[in-house]
Design a protein around this ligand. Structure first.
Ligand SMILES: [Zn+2]
Length: 267
C-alpha cells in the first residue's frame, strides 16, 4: 500500500518521477578531535572539530535513515569525556523537521556500525527496523578492552545501542534493502562496518560510514592510496574494503567531513 505523505503524493506524475536523493543532516560537532583519531598516523599535533551526520534517503516508498548521531552533549561528556556541541537546529528532531521528514514515517534505519556517535538516536524512529551486520552485533556485545568505550560497554549501564535490539534486522554481507539501495559489508574500522550504496539518476553514491571518515582518508597521500581511521579492528580487512570500494565505481560520502554537510544534498 502506498504511503500517503500529503496531497502531492496522489499525483501519478509526481509518483512516477520519484528519484532517490541523500540528505546530510548536521547533528552536532565533536570539538577539538585529534586528527590522528580520524586519519591514522597523520598530523599528530592537529585537532579539528568534526561533524556528526545523520543521512536521510528520500524518493523511495519511505525515508530511510543512515546513522542517527550521538546522545546529548551532557551524556556525551559524562559517558565519553568528549566536548560535543549541538545547536538547537542540530538536534535530530529539529533537523528532520526542517527537511519535512516525520520520524514516524521512517520504516528502515541503517547503522553503519554501533559506535555511539552513529546509533544513539535509534529511539527517534519507533516504526523502523534497524539494519545491522551480524558481525557488528557480536563484536559490540564483547569488544576488546580498548574498544569498550565506543560501544558504551562501560559496566555501570546498558550500552545505548542495545535499546533498539528488539527492532534489529540482522544481515550478513551485502544485501539490497530497498530498490536502488544496498548495504555493503566493509569490515576494518569494526568487524561489521557497512556502507550504503545508493543509485540516484546521475550516479552511485556510497555512504561510507567510518570506513571513510573524511575525504582526506579516501584521497590518501604520497605514501598511501587511502588512509584508514585511527580506530580499526583489522587493518588487512580495512585495506581490502578500500579495494572493494574502488571496484564498485561510486562517489564516496564520508561520515565526519564538514564538506558533506556543506554540500547538504546528493542527487
Ligand atoms: Zn566508528
Amino acid at each position: 500500500m502506498r504511503h500517503e505523505t500529503g496531497p502531492q503524493s496522489a499525483d501519478p506524475i509526481a509518483e512516477s518521477s520519484r528519484e532517490l536523493r541523500i540528505h546530510a543532516l548536521h547533528v552536532g560537532d565533536l570539538i577539538d578531535w585529534p586528527t590522528p583519531a580520524l586519519i591514522h598516523m597523520r598530523r599528530f599535533a592537529e585537532v579539528r572539530d568534526i561533524p556528526l551526520i545523520m543521512f536521510v534517503i528520500t524518493g523511495g516508498a519511505h525515508p530511510i535513515v543512515v546513522d542517527t548521531g550521538g546522545a546529548s552533549p551532557g551524556e556525551v561528556a559524562d559517558l565519553h569525556g568528549y566536548t560535543f556541541r549541538q545547536t538547537e537546529q542540530q538536534h535530530p528532531d529539529v533537523a528532520l523537521m526542517a527537511r519535512h521528514i516525520d520520524p514516524l514515517d521512517v520504516r528502515l534505519v541503517v547503522n553503519t556500525h554501533l559506535h555511539w556517535d552513529h546509533c544513539s538516536n535509534n529511539h527517534l524512529f519507533p516504526n523502523a527496523r534497524i539494519v545491522v551486520q551480524e558481525s557488528e552485533v557480536a563484536y559490540a556485545l564483547n569488544p576488546e578492552q580498548p574498544h569498550r568505550k565506543p560501544y558504551e560497554q562501560l559496566g555501570h549501564r546498558e550500552p545505548g545501542w542495545l535499546s533498539g535490539r528488539d527492532r534489529f534486522e540482522i544481515v550478513r554481507g551485502d544485501v539490497e534493502i530497498a530498490p536502488g539501495i544496498s548495504v555493503i559489508h566493509l569490515p576494518g574500522h569494526s568487524p561489521g562496518s557497512q556502507g550504503v550504496l545508493v543509485s540516484t539518476p546521475s550516479k552511485r553514491f556510497l555512504i561510507a560510514g567510518d570506513c571513510i571518515g573524511s575525504y582526506e582518508n579516501w584521497d590518501g597521500d604520497d605514501d598511501v592510496d587511502h588512509l584508514p581511521s585511527g580506530t580499526f579492528t583489522s587493518l588487512p580487512d580495512y585495506m581490502t574494503s578500500f579495494r572493494r570500494i574502488e571496484e564498485i565505481d561510486c562517489t564516496v560520502i564520508p561520515s565526519h567531513d564538514l564538506a558533506v554537510v556543506q554540500e547538504g544534498v546528493f542527487r
